[in-house]
Design a protein around this ligand. Structure first.
Ligand SMILES: O=P(O)(O)OC[C@H]1O[C@@H](O)[C@H](O)[C@@H](O)[C@@H]1O
Length: 277
C-alpha cells in the first residue's frame, strides 16, 4: 500500500485554483481562471509524504543545496521536509490568503539551534504571491540562505526564451565558473545558475503560447535550473518530464545570505503572473 499523500489545502475561487500542502509549506499548484497550470508537477507521480517533491514551490531554508560550506543535509534545508502549522485563511481584496508557520517546536535539526519563526503567506489571485518571512526570536544574530524554488510549467524548455538577465553576473554551478549573461537565455543543456539580480524575469513560451513574469522583493538572486535529460533520469518525479519544467527561483544565497538580528524579521516575496502571447 502506498503512503498517504500530505494534507492539501485547496483553493477554488472565481479568480483561480490553487493548492498548498502543510508538509513543506509547499505551494503545489496555481492556475488563474482560463489558464493551464502554471506550476510544474509530474502528471503521473503523486506527491509522497516524507519526500520533498520536485514540483510546485519548495521552500529552501535555512541553507541552500548542501549549504555554503558544503555537506549539509538534507539538501536545501529542513523546512521543505517539515510539517508546518496551518494558521488559517482569509479573503483579501483580490486574493485568497493562506498562512503557514514553522517554529523550532515543529522542526529541529542538529546543526540548527537558533530560535526562529518562519512564516509563509500565499496569496492566490489572478497573480500568485508567496512571502517567506524569517523572524529571529532568540538572542543572537543568525544567518540564513533561502529560496522559493519555483518549478514553472513550460511547453518545452528547449524553446523558451528567458529575458531580463542580460548583463547579469552569474555563478554557473555546472561549469564552476563566474560569468556574465549576454542577451536572452536559451537553454541548450543542463543549467544550474545563480544570477545576482533582483530584476523581473520573463519566460516566453511559444509552445504553451504564454508569457510568465517573475518579480520579487527582498531576493538578491535568481536561480535558473533544469537538470536536462541525463540527470533527470535519477529524479523519479521529473524523469522524462524534464522538458516541461523550468525553475526560476527567488533566492538569497552564496554571497547574498541574510543576517537576521534578534527580534528582526527579514522577508522575501515571489510574484508570478501569466499572459497569453
Ligand atoms: O534535488 P534537489 O535537492 O531538490 O535540488 C534540485 C536543484 O535545485 C537547484 O536550485 C540547485 O541549484 C541545483 O543544484 C539542485 O540540483
Amino acid at each position: 500500500m502506498s503512503a498517504p499523500g500530505p494534507l492539501a489545502r485547496e483553493v477554488d475561487t472565481d479568480r483561480c485554483t490553487g493548492t498548498v500542502l502543510d508538509e513543506g509549506g509547499l505551494v503545489l499548484a496555481w492556475a488563474p481562471t482560463g489558464h493551464a497550470p502554471v506550476l510544474f508537477a509530474h502528471p503521473g507521480v503523486p506527491v509522497r509524504s516524507g519526500t520533498p517533491p520536485h514540483a510546485g514551490i519548495p521552500v529552501c531554508w535555512p541553507w541552500f543545496g548542501p549549504g555554503r560550506g558544503g555537506g549539509m543535509t538534507p539538501s536545501h534545508g529542513f523546512a521543505r521536509s517539515s510539517t508546518w502549522q496551518f494558521l488559517g485563511e482569509d479573503e483579501g481584496p483580490d486574493s485568497r490568503v493562506l498562512r503557514h508557520r514553522l517554529t523550532p517546536d515543529d522542526a529541529s535539526h542538529p546543526d540548527w539551534s537558533q530560535a526562529y519563526h518562519l512564516d509563509l503567506v500565499t496569496r492566490f489571485g489572478t497573480t500568485l504571491e508567496v512571502t517567506l518571512s524569517t523572524t529571529n526570536t532568540g538572542d543572537e544574530p543568525f544567518v540564513v540562505e533561502e529560496a522559493l524554488h519555483a518549478y514553472l510549467a513550460v511547453g518545452d524548455v528547449r524553446r523558451v526564451v528567458v529575458g531580463g538577465l542580460d548583463g547579469t553576473p552569474f555563478h554557473d554551478k555546472v561549469l564552476g565558473e563566474d560569468l556574465v549573461q549576454e542577451g536572452d537565455l536559451v537553454l541548450t543543456g543542463e543549467t544550474d545558475r545563480v544570477y545576482r539580480s533582483s530584476a523581473d524575469v520573463v519566460v516566453t513560451d511559444p509552445v504553451l503560447g504564454r508569457r510568465l513574469t517573475v518579480s520579487t522583493t527582498g531576493a538578491a538572486d535568481r536561480v535558473v535550473w533544469n537538470p536536462w535529460s541525463e540527470k533527470a533520469i535519477g529524479l523519479d518525479d521529473i524523469g522524462d518530464q524534464w522538458p516541461h519544467l523550468l525553475c526560476v527561483e527567488a533566492a538569497n544565497v552564496l554571497d547574498d545570505v541574510v543576517t537576521v538580528d534578534p527580534g528582526q524579521t527579514r522577508w522575501m516575496t515571489y510574484r508570478l503572473s501569466v499572459e497569453d502571447l
